[in-house]
Design a protein around this ligand. Sequence first.
Ligand SMILES: Cc1cc2nc3c(=O)[nH]c(=O)nc-3n(C[C@H](O)[C@H](O)[C@H](O)COP(=O)(O)OP(=O)(O)OC[C@H]3O[C@@H](n4cnc5c(N)ncnc54)[C@H](O)[C@@H]3O)c2cc1C
Length: 496
Amino acid sequence: MAKKKAAATDLPEPATHHDVVIVGTGFSGLGMGIFLKKAGRHDFLILEKAGDIGGTWRDNDYPGAACDVPSHMYSFSFEQNPDWSRMYSGQAEILAYMKGCADKYDLMPHVRCNQELLEARWDDAEQRWHLRTGSGHRYTARVLVSGIGGLSRPALPKVNGLDQFEGTVFHSARWNHDYDLRGKRVAVIGTGASAIQFVPEIAPKVDKLVLFQRTAPWLVPKPDGQLPEALKTAFRKIPGVQTLFRNSIYWQAEAFGVGFINPKLMAPIEKLSRFHLERQITDPALRAKLTPNYTIGCKRVLFTNNYYPALARDNVEVVAAGVKEVRAHSVIASDGSEHDVDAIICGTGFDVADPLGPLNIIDGSGTPVPHDGSMQAYLGITLKHLPNLFMLLGPNTALGHNSIIFMIESQINYVMQCLDEMDRRQAASMLVKDSAVESYNARIQASLKKMVWSAGGCKSWYINDKGENFTIWPGFTWKYWLKTRKPDFRKMQFKN
Ligand SMILES: Cc1cc2nc3c(=O)[nH]c(=O)nc-3n(C[C@H](O)[C@H](O)[C@H](O)COP(=O)(O)OP(=O)(O)OC[C@H]3O[C@@H](n4cnc5c(N)ncnc54)[C@H](O)[C@@H]3O)c2cc1C
């Protein structure tokens, strides 16, 4: 009797079928869910590996975390928020906005948290995806939409001895809020977008802050501040004002993008950046350390008003060298200097070399998508040999100059039209032709080679170890919008 019972519980749970399964609950996944709801397509699930929704804005709750594209643009076009408290809102406000959107469109009943998708396998015979999550759940789906984000897995520095450090170590995207930094000697590794936000917040609290800087970033003033009540009232009461405000932010950002195509046009921004440094840092030695040695735009240009003043504090030391080694109580820089510290905070960005992480996507012949960051897609959305799979923020759709939410919405709009077309043709599946992926990527890669990310003399996370750029969209976002506005179904194969 007991034996029979054990055998019954050993049987795998039958898979649950949904028309669409979305992976991730950041702006991509939530946006996709909202569009499906709006179109009356209610048979979908959203899988999320974490315990709550929010993606980037759930994870990055470090002190000072905020967007670096103005909030009126860094938000959904169809859910404009007149109440943003400031030009560049903080993490808590952005997360609250996302949760508000999820509630408004009643997405939560569709969300399954603590369900990391580990395997997605296309079955040609059944014309559907077979999905397996880390918690052992199995699903099948006609359509799979990935919104897994490019910056969701923190990268710790590959430094000897980091695991032997006897103090506290954490990454900015997994901030240890229980650790009291007051009175501590703290090493910060990295000077990217997150470090420039949290360093000014923690510098006044700690006893000593040692900042390890491999490459000095180009910084410009951040036109931030509280938004006046009168303006918020105008947004609420006068039709079109908020859209006008959003559009003006959009076109200013696009104008900034001109410099990526022709770095010479970045000269005024470079001048502003040098002026910013000279005005805020008076010590010539420190100024020299903080002067970048590559073409502006090659790495993300960062907006800040309080980073340089924080570095000028007496309790802050900038070590213009990478980290060579970590010992039990100290950090050794590549210039040989040793620094005794109680804690190490890694502002070292994310694992972008393998955009899929532990997720295996397998085509109908059993071949997995490579994990080496060389993934290519047509318009960054559809991939060879993988029917009914749509990627949001797939290869070559990241941005250095404007709101990524604009790209996400363009992609979701594209996906929705593909779903409608499949319905119209009563097709079980849709697959992009190999030739479309190949010719599209040849064009993209050729134009990227001439641009600042490859030609600017820096090593950024946009470029892989082979010197290829499968990360960034080469140019203006309105061009991407034009390309995705109406899918070219001649580039697709449909199967009934
Ligand atoms: C600190 C920070 C600030 C930023 N500021 C800006 C900005 O100002 N402007 C801008 O344009 N961009 C900014 N970005 C980029 C930002 O990542 C995007 O703007 C946007 O949040 C991406 O949304 P997403 O939904 O595609 O991905 P994410 O927000 O990363 O969400 C992905 C979700 O998928 C989940 N997930 C991943 N893998 C799996 C799996 N296998 N199974 C289940 N769930 C999974 C993750 O847990 C996560 O919740 C910033 C990024 C960071 C880190």
